[in-house]
Design a binder for this molecule. Structure first.
Ligand SMILES: Nc1ncnc2c1ncn2[C@@H]1O[C@H](COP(=O)(O)OP(=O)(O)OP(=O)(O)O)[C@@H](O)[C@H]1O
Length: 286
């Protein structure tokens, strides 16, 4: 259940989508692959599934090049990889032939849970229903590496919450490497054991979620006290009502020390942290 990228580069024409991207994901785990629009997430995830190939560098999935062992990976993406003329039943049937660890009983349970009609064609499903079908296939595939790339376009908050619960339930039932890419970061943050942030085709952060929470926080107080806390520059600073708030990140910042100086501290939502981190990597460009 490992995925390893070693200096992977991918260009589309003159555009470099991935720039010597290197990382290792070790399962079983639920990891978040995060980044701004156009960062390169989908390109990287498609490569894990062997759908596209790098120009340079190498990728290893469970000890094999991706395309040679494709059935160990299930990729569910936002556009839905399904034949529009197939019914829900046909789609599930074809998935059952493709994924060697397929669990039909679980697929049937999930179809009922998401209230999908088996006889409906994919082309007549709503966007949310099509997303639900993707989630069902991803979970019932029991693939050692299961990737959800923005899997819930159109799903309402109640069904998204059901998806998060199911992911945890499924992980406990059969631990796998689940890779989830989403822009609803704070909503999904509780799921992630490890977080990868990609920016301009390169990895700018890889941390376990707990360390990330410990090492990132905001400090608020009088400007002088906040500035004197640590000689290093914070990720971001803002002034409001005569008080300064600094967003800090890294092991050199100590939350306890800030509190000893009677400064207020609080957690930074991961979404906000990502925005400030990516801004700091592009010299403040939004
Ligand atoms: N088939 C393609 N042809 C040309 N350019 C592409 C192609 N696929 C991706 N790109 C470009 O590569 C870059 C990375 O795209 P990618 O879809 O991987 O980003 P992403 O992080 O998934 O973004 P988003 O969150 O917006 O979906 C973007 O600039 C995109 O326009």
């Amino acid at each position: 259940m490992n995925v390893q990228f070693d200096h992977v580069t991918k260009t589309f024409g003159a555009h470099m989508a991935l720039n010597r991207l290197s990382f290792t994901m070790k399962g079983p785990k639920i990891v978040g692959m995060l980044g701004r629009n156009g960062a390169g997430k989908t390109t990287a995830l498609n490569m894990i599934a062997g759908c596209i190939f790098p120009n340079d560098g190498s990728i290893d999935v469970n000890g094999y090049p991706p395309a040679t062992k494709q059935s160990s990976v299930c990729l569910i993406n936002e556009s839905g990889n399904f034949n529009k003329e197939f019914t829900v039943k046909d789609t599930v049937k074809s998935a059952s032939l493709f994924y060697p660890n397929w669990d039909q009983k679980r697929a049937d349970e999930l179809i009922s849970l998401f209230q999908l009609k088996r006889s409906k064609k994919v082309k007549s499903l709503s966007k949310g229903m099509e997303s639900a079908l993707g989630i069902i296939v991803g979970l019932a595939s029991y693939s050692p590496v299961t990737i959800f790339d923005e899997p819930y376009i159109g799903l309402d908050a109640a069904f998204r919450s059901r998806f998060y619960d199911l992911l945890i339930e499924e992980f406990e039932r059969e631990p796998r490497l689940f890779i989830l890419s989403t822009h609803l970061i704070d909503e999904a943050a509780k799921l992630f054991e490890e977080i990868f942030i990609i920016h301009d085709g390169s990895l700018i952060l890889h941390k376990d979620a707990e360390t990330l929470r410990e090492e990132s926080f905001s400090v608020t107080g009088a400007k002088k006290d906040v500035m004197e806390l640590n000689g290093k520059s914070p990720l971001h600073r803002k002034e409001f009502a005569g008080r300064t708030t600094a967003y800090v990140f890294g092991p050199e910042w100590n939350r306890h020390e800030a509190e000893l100086h009677l400064l207020e501290t609080s957690a930074i939502p991961i979404q906000e942290l990502m925005v400030h981190l990516t801004n700091s990597h592009t010299g403040g460009r939004k």
